[in-house]
Design a protein around this ligand. Structure first.
Ligand code: PLP
Length: 387
């Protein structure tokens, strides 16, 4: 949305702190002001400084859009009121009769949006195991126009080879969307791997502090950018200026936060692997994880999300999530606080009975930024004594 792109060659952290965030030309303010005005003065009809009405564009939002687009190495970025508002805009790129493929372990809200919002108005969809190109080929139709990748997936941390799926889809003239919420642009750059569109729930790692709901879309193709920009304004699911400020503040520390999330996740995984109350650990950093090779190739590091199957089944999983003290029992992820949850009864309850239903023994962790040893001790204490 804004013209002030960073110079080529700036590193990730430099872009996070400076892209779209030049000192304010009128006051010198180093931080982009939270611009609350809903309308902007015109010196003559149609002559203005780039802003007319705040749904169409707002200086705080423009700063955020320039910054996060720069982090995804995209030419255009669009901020939305939530991750699902951003996803909804992307599904509106399709028309009735088109077919969409989503992962068979997609985020529950993505599944619900396709199945219960867009399907009743004419979109058809299939869920497939995107780690297997043959499974994708098996659900492919002449009308398939979009493949929706999530990698690593929520909550099972399955890794999908973005370049391989993009090559398959592009040969058949379909668009590829990547939900990059779990990895963030610091760990994974889907556009460089061949995806057409990146989508985020900024509510998670981009915001990073559990205090703002937001969504984001980044693209390179100018025609797709025009269509998304049109939908952002025409359907109007835009974030407020204060929310934009919070996400922009969050992304400044994204790189250092992600490094620590990854480091602590590694230590927690090592403890879980050795604990008798844990049947299986799902983490792409483990050499035995089926997606480890692809993750090592397409990601900088393996992320702060960890899942595991409790050896004692659902009853044990429910006991564990109720026994931690530092890991707060709550939905959401990606913030400074460590969180624990039971996807089957919480985030993925809406997928019950569908192909996307999750294992009832599954526990999901969002590893936060508390002292690593404290996190390990808290989890170990919760696991000790649970069968
Ligand atoms: C949370 C989440 C979403 C939805 O985002 P909201 O901001 O809650 O609307 C989409 N995808 C993934 C992977 C998520 O974790």
């Amino acid at each position: 949305m804004s013209a002030l792109l960073p110079p080529e060659g700036w590193g990730f952290e430099t872009r996070a702190i400076h892209a779209g965030q030049e000192p304010d030309p009128t006051t010198g303010a180093v931080i982009p002001p939270i611009s609350l005005s809903t309308t902007f003065a015109q010196s003559a009809v149609g002559t203005h400084q780039g802003y007319e009405y705040a749904r169409s564009g707002n200086p705080t939002r423009a700063a955020l859009e320039t910054c996060v687009a720069a982090l995804e190495c995209a030419t255009s970025g669009f901020a939305f009121a939530s991750g699902l508002a951003a996803e909804d805009a992307l599904l509106r790129l399709l028309t009735p009769g088109d077919h969409l493929v989503i992962p068979n372990d997609a985020y529950g809200g993505t599944f619900r949006l396709a199945a219960r919002v867009h399907s009743p108005v004419g979109l058809s969809w299939s869920a497939a195991d995107l780690t297997n190109i043959h499974a994708l080929a098996a659900v492919w139709r002449d009308e398939t126009r979009m493949v929706w990748i999530e990698t690593p997936t929520n909550p099972t941390l399955t890794v999908v080879d973005i370049a391989a799926v993009a090559a398959f889809a592009h040969e058949r003239a379909a668009m590829v969307v990547v939900d990059n919420t779990f990895a963030t642009p610091y760990l994974q750059q889907p556009l460089a791997l061949g995806a057409d569109i990146v989508v985020h729930s900024s509510t998670k790692y981009l915001g990073g502090h559990s205090d703002v709901v937001g969504g984001f879309v980044a693209v390179n193709d100018p025609e797709t950018a025009d269509r998304i920009g049109f939908l952002q304004n025409a359907a109007g699911a835009v974030p407020g200026p204060f929310d934009c400020y919070l996400v922009l503040r969050g992304v400044k520390t994204l790189a250092v936060r992600m490094d620590r999330h990854c480091e602590s996740a590694r230590e927690i995984v090592a403890m879980l692997e050795a604990h008798p109350a844990v049947a299986h650990v799902l983490y792409p950093g483990l050499p035995g994880h089926p997606g480890h090779g692809v993750a090592a190739r397409q990601m900088r590091d393996f992320g702060g999300m960890v899942a595991f199957l409790a050896a004692g089944g659902e009853a044990a999983a429910l006991a564990i999530v109720g026994r931690t003290r530092l890991f707060t029992l709550a939905e959401s992820l990606g913030a400074v606080e460590s969180l624990i949850e039971h996807p089957g009864r919480m985030t993925h309850a809406s997928a019950a009975g569908s192909p996307l239903e999750v294992d009832s023994a599954l526990v999901r962790l969002s590893v936060g930024l508390e002292t690593t040893a404290d996190l390990v001790a808290d989890l170990r204490a919760a696991l000790d004594g649970v069968g």
